[in-house]
Design a protein around this ligand. Structure first.
Ligand code: GLA
Length: 421
C-alpha cells in the first residue's frame, strides 16, 4: 500500500511512545542509541516523496467505507462537520503536507479548522542552509488555511531532530563565542518564521521533546540526542527559544505573544512531573511564563488510561497552563505485550478492530470535552490511514490504521463515534 520508508535511528522514542513497561525494561542503554539525526525519518521522506504514497487502487481491504457515517460514493466526507460539531469545545486540527491539500482538500475543509505542517516548518525543511529558506510547502499550507479561515500550529521552532547541520557548524561546547553564534542563528530562524506566519499561526510549538525518557533525569541531553543541550551544556537553550519567540511576536504586534507559547512532548502521562519542573524553572528562574503544553498523544488502544491522562491534565492545568492534544493517532498494534519489544504481526483492519478503535477515540474525546476549559485544540497527526508515519515506526512497512479516514478516504467508525454526543 504505502511506499516503504526508512527505519529511524531513535529507538528510545519508539519505546517511550509505545509503552511504559518497555521504557522501564529497556532503560538507559537503549536511550543512548539515539545519537543519529532524524533526517531519514518516515514523515520526512513522506514529505519529500509527495504523491508517491497516495492511496492504492484496490489495495488494502481496510475498513475504509465501513464507518457508519460513510456518505456514499467517492471520497465521501461523512455526515456533518467534525469541526462544527466541536465548535463549542475546541478547534479540530490535522497535520498535513502538500499531499493532503492535493488529495484530501474536501475532507480538510469539511472536518478541520486547524492545521499543523507535518514537516514543512521543521528547521531542516524550511531553512536548509543559513542563507536559504524553502518556504514553498509551508506557504501553500498557510495560504490554504488563510483561504479557508483556519489557523495553524507553528511546528516546531526548535527540536533536536530534523535540525540541519549548518545550525551547529563551528559551535563548540564550552566556547562562549561560538555559543553566541548558535544563539544568533536560532534567533534569526525564529524571527523569520514568526514574521512570515504571525497572521495565521495561533500557537507555536516553540520547543519539542526536550525532556528525558530516563527515570530520574529531567532534561534530554547529548547522549539522548540533543545537540542543543550538549552545546549549551544545560537546558538554557529552551529558555532562549521561548524568549526569541516571544520577542519576535511582540515585535510583530505588541501583546500578540499572549496565549501562543507552547512546549510539546510525547508520553505526557509519564512526563507530567518533568514538564512541571521545566515550566517552574522557566518561570521562577528565567522569568519566562509560557502558555501551555502540547500532549502529542500518539496513543495505543488501551494505553494510557483515561485516569492517567486526566491526572496529567490536572497537573498541568492546575499549575496554570493550557493543554493541547497536538499529534493524536491510535495505533492498532501493541508491540510491548510483556514489557519488551516484540513486533506484533501485521493485521488488516477488521470491523472488530475498527470498532475498538472507535470506542477508544470516543472515550478520549469524552475526556477532552470534559476538560474543554483547559484544552485549546485537538489535532490528529494526519487524516487518512494510507498516509501515516506509523506504517514505518516501530515496524518498517507494517500498515497501521491510526486515523479517522480509511485508505479510500472514506470515514471510519471512529469519526462517527466522536461525533456521537
Ligand atoms: C514527533 C514530532 C512530529 C512527528 C512525529 C512523528 O512527535 O513532534 O513532528 O515527526 O514525531 O514522526
Amino acid at each position: 500500500m504505502n511506499a516503504p520508508r526508512t527505519w529511524p535511528a531513535g529507538w528510545y522514542e519508539l519505546v517511550a511512545r509505545h509503552g511504559l513497561a518497555a521504557l522501564l525494561v529497556l532503560g538507559s542503554t537503549l536511550l543512548g542509541c539515539d545519537s543519529g539525526e532524524r533526517s531519514a525519518l518516515a514523515d520526512d521522506n513522506q514529505a519529500a516523496s509527495g504523491t508517491s504514497s497516495g492511496p492504492s487502487a484496490g489495495g488494502s481491504t481496510s475498513a475504509a467505507g465501513t464507518g457508519s457515517s460513510s456518505g456514499g460514493n467517492g471520497p465521501s466526507t461523512g455526515a456533518g462537520s467534525l469541526a462544527e460539531k466541536y465548535a463549542d469545545h475546541f478547534p479540530i486540527g490535522a497535520a498535513v503536507g502538500s499531499w493532503h491539500l492535493d488529495t484530501l482538500g474536501d475532507v480538510l475543509e469539511q472536518d478541520f479548522n486547524h492545521l499543523t505542517c507535518e514537516n514543512a516548518m521543521k528547521i531542516q525543511d524550511i531553512h536548509p542552509a543559513e542563507a536559504t529558506f524553502a518556504w514553498d510547502e509551508a506557504d501553500r499550507i498557510a495560504d490554504f488555511a488563510r483561504q479557508k479561515g483556519m489557523k495553524l500550529t507553528g511546528h516546531t521552532l526548535l527540536w533536536h531532530r530534523q535540525a540541519p547541520a549548518w545550525m551547529f557548524e563551528g559551535v563548540t561546547a564550552g566556547d562562549a563565542a561560538s555559543l553566541e553564534t548558535l544563539k544568533m542563528r536560532l534567533k534569526a530562524h525564529i524571527a523569520a518564521m514568526v514574521e512570515r506566519y504571525a497572521d495565521v499561526v495561533d500557537n507555536w510549538d516553540v520547543v519539542n521533546e526536550a525532556l528525558s525518557d530516563t527515570a530520574g533525569k529531567i532534561y534530554r541531553d547529548g547522549p539522548e540526542g540533543s545537540t542543543w543541550y550538549e552545546l549549551f551544556g544545560s537546558q538554557d537553550y529552551i529558555y532562549f527559544a521561548f524568549q526569541y519567540a516571544k520577542d519576535a511576536l511582540e515585535e510583530s504586534s505588541p501583546g500578540s505573544s499572549a496565549g501562543k507559547l507552547y512546549y510539546n512532548d510525547y508520553t505526557a502521562t509519564l512526563k507530567a512531573d518533568k514538564i512541571l519542573t521545566l515550566l517552574s524553572w522557566l518561570k521562577d528562574e528565567k522569568g519566562m511564563q509560557i502558555d501551555g503544553v502540547g500532549f502529542q498523544s500518539h496513543e495505543q488502544l488501551s494505553w494510557p488510561s483515561a485516569a492517567d491522562l486526566q491526572k496529567a491534565i490536572d497537573k498541568v492545568s492546575g499549575a496554570g497552563y493550557k493543554v493541547k492534544i497536538s499529534e493524536l493517532d491510535i495505533t492498532v498494534y501493541n508491540d510491548y505485550p510483556a514489557g519488551s519489544f516484540v513486533a506484533a504481526p501485521a493485521v488488516e483492519l477488521t470491523p472488530e478492530l475498527e470498532a475498538k478503535q472507535a470506542k477508544r477515540l470516543a472515550d478520549l474525546f469524552a475526556l477532552y470535552r470534559a476538560n474543554k476549559q483547559h484544552v485549546t485544540s485537538v489535532t490528529f497527526w494526519g487524516v487518512s490511514d494510507d498516509q501515516t508515519w506509523l506504517d514505518n515506526e516501530p515496524v518498517p512497512g507494517r500498515n497501521d490504521y491510526p486515523l479517522l479516514y480509511g485508505d479510500a478516504h472514506t470515514p471510519k467508525a471512529a469519526r462517527a463515534a466522536i461525533m456521537d454526543f
